[in-house]
Design a protein around this ligand. Structure first.
Ligand code: NAD
Length: 485
C-alpha cells in the first residue's frame, strides 16, 4: 500500500506532438500571430477595456452569444463528446453564463480601490491597492469541457479588463469551430480573437509575448507552455489534472456515497478533471459499495449504458485505446465492455487493484473506477501523500475528527467532504491546482484577481515635509524614529 502512485496526466511526454509550421487554410500562407497580438495590444493601449461599462458590455455580449446559439453549442458538444444535452447545458453553457452573471453583479465593487492603512511615519498620506488589467491574455483550452474551459477563463479575463486570444482545443473540433464562428461577432473584434488549430498553431502562438497565459490540459504540455512563457517573463495559470482520490470510511451513508461517486466518475464518460479517479476503502466497505454502485449505474443509464441518451463517449480512438489498455489492471467487478467503433467504454469498476498497476500510474480520465483497499484513514492518507498533490480530494465520513485530520493532512487544489465535484459550482470558491495539479486559480473574485495586477498606490501630501528621514542621520532622529515605529 505504501508504494507511491505516479500521478502523471494522461498525455505521456512520449505522446507530446512535435510541432510543424501553421498554415492559414484560407490563404495557404503562414498566419501572422505577431500582427494579431500587436493589434489586440493596440486596442488595450487605447484604454477602451478599462471602464466597468466596457467590461460589462463584453460580458453581456458573451452571454448573448451562448443564449442565442444554445442549441448549436449543445449539438457541437454532442458531436465532439456524445455529451447529453442536459449535461452540456449544466456543466458548460449554464456554468459559463452563471460565471458571467456573477462577474457582472460584483465587478464594480471588485474594481474599487482597496484602502489600506498608512503608518504614522508616512502621514499625512493615503494608501490603496488598485486592480489594473494586465493586457493581452492567451487562453489555451482542453477538449473535455471544450466550451466551459475556453470561455470561463475568458469571462474572468474580460472582467479584469483584458484583451484576449482564445485557442480552443482541436480535439473538440465542432465546439472549436462554433466558438471561432461567433465570438468576434459578439465581442469587440479589436480586442478579442480566436485561433483554431493544433500543436503547430499553439507553438507559434506561444512564441508571442502575452501578458498572461492560462493553459488547461495535461502537465507535459503545461511544461512546454511555462517554458515558452518564461522567455517573455509572462505569468501563467496552469489548470492541470492528476489522480483525485476518494476515501470512503465505513461509517458514511454508503448508498449516497455510491450514488455521488458514480455520478462524478461516469459523467462525461469519466473525462472530468476533478472526477474521483480512484476509491480508497477497506475490504468490507468495498463489498458493500459494489452493489450500490451497480444499482446507481442502472438507475442513471439503464441496463445497457451504450443505449442510454445520458451517457457520453470517449473523445477519440487514441484515448479509447489508452483506456482499453487500463482495463487489464485488477479484476473487472462492474462493466468492462467496450466498442471501439462507437468509442464506448461501459462504466467500469475494478477491484483487486494494486498501486503498481497501470491504472494507478496515470490519471484515468475515462469511465473506469479502481478500488484500492486500505484498512484505515491513516493508510489512505499515507497513500495520497506518497504521490503528487491532486487537483481534488474527497472523503466520505460522518466522523468530524476524521474530516479535520483529512483537511490538515491532505494537500490538494480543492477538497470536498461527503460529495464530489460540487465544490466547482460555488462561484466564490477558487478553482485551481497545487504542485503537479497546477498553479494559480480562477472563478469568482479569484478569477478577477488572477487576471489583474494589484497596483500599490500611495498618495502623500506635499506639506509638511518632515526632515526626519533625510541625512544627516543624527542620534536624535534615530531615537525619535524608533519611537514612531
Ligand atoms: P488537449 O490535448 O486539448 O491540449 C490542451 C491544449 O494544449 C490545446 O489547446 C492544444 O492545442 C495544446 N497543445 C497540445 N499539445 C501541444 C504542444 N506540444 N505544444 C503546445 N501546445 C499544445 O488537452 P489534454 O492535455 O488532453 O487535457 C487533458 C488534461 O487536462 C487532463 O490531465 C485533465 O485533468 C486536465 N484538465 C484540467 C482541468 C482543470 O481545470 N484543472 C480541466 C480540464 C482538463
Amino acid at each position: 500500500m505504501n508504494q507511491p502512485a505516479t500521478q502523471s496526466d494522461p498525455t505521456p511526454k512520449a505522446q507530446v506532438e512535435t510541432p510543424t509550421a501553421p498554415v492559414d487554410t484560407a490563404t495557404g500562407t503562414a498566419p501572422d500571430y505577431h500582427a494579431l497580438v500587436e493589434r489586440l495590444r493596440t486596442s488595450f493601449l487605447s484604454d477602451r477595456t478599462r471602464s466597468a461599462d466596457w467590461r460589462d458590455e463584453q460580458l453581456a455580449a458573451l452571454k448573448r452569444m451562448l443564449v442565442e446559439h444554445e442549441s448549436d453549442f449543445l449539438d457541437a458538444l454532442g458531436e465532439d463528446l456524445g455529451k447529453p444535452a442536459l449535461e452540456g447545458w449544466i456543466t458548460e453553457l449554464s456554468y459559463v453564463t452563471g460565471e458571467i452573471d456573477h462577474y457582472r453583479k460584483h465587478l464594480e465593487r471588485w474594481m474599487r480601490p482597496r484602502k489600506v492603512s498608512t503608518p504614522v511615519f508616512a502621514q499625512p498620506g493615503k494608501s490603496w491597492v488598485q486592480a489594473e488589467p494586465l493586457g493581452v491574455v492567451l487562453v489555451m483550452s482542453a477538449w473535455n469541457y471544450p466550451l466551459q474551459i475556453a470561455l470561463a477563463p475568458l469571462a474572468a479575463a474580460i472582467a479584469a479588463g483584458n484583451c484576449a486570444v482564445v485557442k480552443p482545443s482541436e480535439l473538440a473540433p465542432a465546439t472549436s469551430a462554433l466558438i471561432a464562428r461567433h465570438l468576434t461577432d459578439y465581442l469587440d473584434p479589436a480586442s478579442f480573437a480566436v485561433v483554431e488549430g493544433a500543436v503547430a498553431e499553439s507553438t507559434a502562438l506561444l512564441r508571442e509575448r502575452f501578458d498572461h497565459i492560462i493553459y488547461t490540459g495535461g502537465g507535459a504540455v503545461g511544461r512546454i507552455v511555462m517554458t515558452a512563457a518564461a522567455k517573455h517573463l509572462t505569468p501563467v495559470t496552469l489548470e492541470l489534472g492528476g489522480k483525485s482520490p476518494c476515501i470512503v470510511l465505513p461509517d458514511t451513508d454508503l448508498e449516497i456515497a455510491a450514488r455521488r461517486i458514480a455520478w462524478g466518475r461516469y459523467m462525461n464518460a469519466g473525462q472530468t478533471c476533478v472526477a474521483p479517479d480512484y476509491v480508497l476503502t477497506d475490504a468490507e466497505t468495498e463489498q458493500k459499495l459494489l452493489p450500490l454502485i451497480a444499482e446507481s449505474l442502472e438507475r442513471m443509464f439503464g441496463k445497457d449504458p451504450q443505449a442510454s441518451d445520458s451517457y457520453g463517449r470517449i473523445v477519440n480512438h487514441r484515448h479509447f485505446d489508452r483506456l482499453a489498455g487500463l482495463l487489464n489492471s485488477g479484476t473487472v467487478a462492474i462493466g468492462g465492455r467496450t466498442d471501439r467503433d462507437d468509442r464506448y467504454i461501459e462504466p467500469t469498476v475494478l477491484t483487486g487493484v494494486t498501486p503498481d498497476q497501470p491504472v494507478m500510474q496515470e490519471e484515468i480520465f475515462g469511465p473506469i473506477l479502481p478500488i484500492l483497499r486500505t484498512d484505515s484513514l491513516e493508510a489512505a492518507i499515507e497513500h495520497i501523500r506518497g504521490g503528487d498533490k491532486p487537483l481534488a480530494a474527497y472523503l466520505f465520513t460522518r466522523d468530524e475528527a476524521a474530516q479535520e485530520r483529512f483537511l490538515a493532512a491532505v494537500s490538494a487544489g480543492s477538497v470536498c467532504l461527503n460529495d464530489v465535484i460540487m465544490f466547482s459550482a460555488v462561484p466564490e470558491l477558487p478553482f485551481g491546482g497545487v504542485g503537479e495539479s497546477g498553479m494559480g486559480a480562477y472563478k469568482g473574485e479569484r478569477g478577477f484577481l488572477n487576471f489583474s495586477h494589484g497596483k500599490a498606490v500611495m498618495k502623500r501630501s506635499l506639506w509638511p515635509d518632515i526632515a526626519l528621514r533625510y541625512a544627516p542621520y543624527t542620534r536624535s532622529k534615530f531615537s525619535l524614529l524608533r519611537k514612531l515605529r
